[in-house]
Design a protein around this ligand. Structure first.
Ligand SMILES: Nc1ncnc2c1ncn2[C@@H]1O[C@H](COP(=O)(O)OP(=O)(O)O)[C@@H](O)[C@H]1O
Ligand SMILES: [Mg+2]
Length: 249
């Protein structure tokens, strides 16, 4: 039981039922402090549903979720949510400037204007988009918009970062550049992160640990090497986990 204290997040026996259909049942899932875990699996496996549940944006039908050993409850829901940031595939930017978009979340959390501006500016710089600060956010390219989205999440200095296929709609060169940069940022900031993807080639850039989801179950968890059979960022890789998925069916 002592291990629970060292986990940023622990979920036990969580399940989600919708329209009488069980979307997922997970006996146990944990994020240790400072680690990046990739949640991978085919479309429809339940990855987004699980991410939304762990980020406290979707109420589970049953089970327990703890953050640093503190159980989530209706009373602490808002304060727990404010310690997290969520990045979706679509950037969902507001119709205002890039800077205002990154500052907005900080202002909502009560960060004073000057500090919000400074923090937002730092993250625009870090993501290579400081020159776009005054541009209308809705007129950016897909890659630029996703950089704004990521800057907005990092500026919040979340205790846990959730990312749901953040690179999926980007073209290959844009995606590769961003994957490398985000990998570096996550290693430096040591933000506890759950990274969802259906593209296993993205995993080694960001994560050390992988959880494979299929039909609402976690069918395999382990290190990148254990699950994918590879150690470092690959030039060209096959899909060993797909074979594992088939074998375990
Ligand atoms: N609001 C909903 N009502 C009913 N079924 C849903 C709802 N949202 C998702 N599902 C179902 O849950 C399953 C998992 O979906 P999802 O979590 O989006 O998977 P993934 O992100 O892995 O593609 C799918 O079969 C989907 O049709
Ligand atoms: Mg999804």
């Amino acid at each position: 039981m002592t291990t629970i204290e060292h986990n940023a997040l622990t979920a036990e026996q969580i399940q989600l039922v919708k329209d009488r259909k069980q979307i997922f049942y997970i006996d146990r899932f944990a994020l240790r402090e400072g680690e990046v875990v990739a949640l991978v699996g085919p479309n429809g496996a339940g990855k987004t549903s699980l991410l939304l549940t762990l980020a406290l944006l979707q109420k589970p039908t049953g089970g327990r979720i703890q953050f640093n050993g503190i159980p989530a409850s209706p009373r602490n829901l808002l304060s727990l949510r404010r310690q997290m940031a969520v990045v979706f595939q679509e950037p969902l930017l507001m119709d205002t400037t890039v800077l205002e978009n990154v500052m907005a979340g900080l202002r909502i959390r009560g960060v004073p204007g000057e500090e919000a501006r400074r923090r937002a500016g730092e993250w625009l710089e870090r993501l290579g988009i400081a020159h776009l600060a005054k541009r209308p956010a809705l007129r950016l390219s897909g890659g630029e918009a996703q950089r704004v989205n990521l800057a907005r999440a990092f500026a919040l200095q979340p205790k846990i970062l959730f990312m749901d296929e953040p690179f999926a709609s980007l073209d290959y060169p844009t995606r590769t550049a961003l994957l490398e940069e985000i990998g570096t940022i996550l290693r430096e900031t040591r933000i506890t992160t759950l990274f969802v993807t259906h593209d296993y080639t993205e995993i080694p850039f960001l994560a050390r640990r992988v959880a494979v989801m299929l039909d609402g179950r976690l069918i395999k968890t382990g290190t990148v090497a254990e699950v994918l059979g590879i150690e470092a960022i690959p030039q060209r890789i096959a899909a060993p986990w797909e074979q594992d998925v088939r074998r375990s069916l």
